[in-house]
Design a protein around this ligand. Structure first.
Ligand code: PLP
Ligand code: COI
Length: 363
């Protein structure tokens, strides 16, 4: 059944959503609530390796309740986007970087690493078959969620022998409700996200489960997102629940926390460092203390701050609150450097600008 030339066999959904219904679903979808007609799946079994690579109708899994993932959370995932280009074609943004990060997450969680070529083929094949689900509004995209779970039937404590890999796709607009011109952060003093030697640099579900109580506290305090401090000194700004963070100073330079193993190495973060340097801006990967943030906001040395990630793209940070902190960045709105970087990134991703770094994977 494989006429696509892909290593994934194609079984089209016999009852896809109608074009009229799809059109309605694509109008301003809530982030992560709407899904396409298909999914990609593959399995790993010792002795057989990776097999059963299929594109099929999106549907339920049948899993034994003793599958290891349910007990010890051996699970990893990725988040990436496909965009509609001005000529109507589809393109993925830096999928090779997601494939690489998925591999390193697998290694950290003692899971079977998925060959990067299988990862790339899975997302490409899924976007090709569900291309009509890519929204075309400014800032909208098809969000792809590759993930892998431990499926060995065992409640003994060891790495799983068997794995299920899957990719689902979800048309998305803005991550923050109302498109949020600038977000407010809550400084978590009660919780940290990741300790040295832990899983902070891996994209595993457990990190996100562990951040939910902190995020709930942020919401109760009327804030949009939690910002975590380092687990050792409780002093250095690490990242948000699902985004990296940048600071812009009065001398025009930028700073972002270094990749020391406790934060996620964001692909948006990496891309913005490159784009900022292309613009002639200085970017430092150096620790920034939360008390310094308070002082620099008050003195005016800090002009802008923003969060970045696949889901959030580039989102200005307007205010920061906490048990010991209360500050406004600049005038509390979107700053010019932030907006210039956001535009530069989106212009490449949406195919309006040249792609000098070869980031777009056109399908
Ligand atoms: N940090 C965390 C904790 C995240 O969940 C994400 C989102 O994926 C990021 C940072 C940003 O990473 P990326 O730019 O690769 O999406
Ligand atoms: C992403 O940006 O892809 C993420 O995983 C963030 C998540 C909070 C949706």
């Amino acid at each position: 059944s494989n006429s696509s030339g892909s290593i994934f066999s194609i079984d089209s959904n016999p009852t896809p959503v109608t074009p009229g219904e799809r059109y309605k679903l694509l109008q301003n979808p809530v982030f992560g609530r709407v899904f396409t007609d298909h999914m990609a799946t593959a399995r790993f079994t010792p002795g057989r390796g990776w097999h059963d690579m299929r594109i099929q109708a999106r549907g339920e899994f049948k899993l034994d309740p003793a599958s290891l993932v349910f007990h010890y959370a051996q699970e990893i995932f990725e988040g990436m986007k496909a965009y509609r280009m001005p000529d109507g074609s589809a393109a993925l943004f830096r999928p090779d970087a997601n494939a690489r990060r998925f591999r390193s997450s697998a290694v950290r969680l003692a899971m079977e690493p998925l060959p990067e070529e299988i990862f790339l083929e899975s997302v490409r094949a899924l976007v090709r078959i569900d291309r009509d689900w890519i929204p075309s509004a400014e800032g909208a995209a098809l969000y792809l969620r590759p993930f892998m779970i431990a499926t060995e039937v065992l409640v003994g404590m060891k790495p799983s022998s068997d794995y299920l890999y899957c990719v689902v796709a979800s048309p998305v607009g803005s991550y923050f409700k109302g498109g949020a011109p600038a977000v407010t952060l809550w400084v978590s003093e009660n919780f940290t996200r990741a300790a040295p030697g832990g899983t902070g640099a891996a994209k595993c579900g457990g990190n996100y489960a562990a951040s939910l109580a902190a995020q709930a506290e942020a919401s109760r305090e009327g804030c949009d997102q939690v910002v975590f401090l380092d687990a050792v000194e409780r002093r250095w700004v690490e990242e948000l629940g699902g985004m990296n963070v940048f600071f812009v100073f009065d001398d025009g330079s930028l700073q972002t926390p270094p990749l020391t193993g406790t934060i996620l190495p964001g692909i948006t973060r990496d891309s913005l460092i490159v784009l900022a340097r292309d613009m002639g801006l200085t970017v430092r990967e150096e620790p920034y203390a939360i008390d310094q943030w308070q002082a620099d906001a008050a003195s005016g040395r800090l002009r802008e701050a923003f969060a970045c990630g696949t889901a959030a793209v580039v989102t200005p940070i307007g205010k920061v609150k906490g048990r010991r902190h209360d500050l406004t960045v600049g005038d509390g709105g979107a700053g010019p450097v932030t907006m210039r970087l956001k535009a530069a990134l989106l212009d490449i991703q949406q195919g309006r600008a040249p792609d000098p770094h070869g980031w777009m994977d056109r399908l």
